[in-house]
Design a protein around this ligand. Sequence first.
Ligand code: S3P
Length: 175
Amino acid sequence: MAKDLKVVLLGYMGSGKSTVGDALAQKLNIPFKDLDGVIQEKEGKTISQLFHEKGELYFRKKEAYYLNQVLDLEASFVLALGGGTPCYANNMADVLQKAGTSIYLKMTLTELVLRLEGQRDTRPLIKGIKEGDLPEFIGKHLFERAPFYQRALHTVNVADKSVEALVEEIASFLV
Ligand code: S3P
């Protein structure tokens, strides 16, 4: 039987991992999995509830646990990671190897700030941050996180490309 195709999408919050991942999975005719969705389903709580009730450390442990569980499945899929997943999983090299294909959806600080400024209430990491403080917060975060994202096999600049264009670009890496 042909080897399973596992495509993992990395990138900061708001970079489009879930939207692009879902469209890519449809094009490839394989299931789409969203790690945040898996965690919410298995834990019976939203990500915000987990952060609020159990704390970030609990969330990070569960995130790493379910990441490995999903990657060990003998199946093909596209998996969108959470924005922090690659930065907290201590076996990221194994993760990327198990996945086979990993893609970093890269956005600039300016683009991210624009996308995220209206979403501060629904995202636990940026909840409570004043709009004017967002560029500094995200900029610092990106500086810390970029080295983890850059370990992906391929990097795609999201810029103002359509979802279809991004899917085509990623699919071209898979042939
Ligand atoms: C997080 C990103 C979120 C979610 C959680 C923490 C992060 O996922 O996992 O709120 O640390 O960047 P998305 O990137 O899918 O929004």
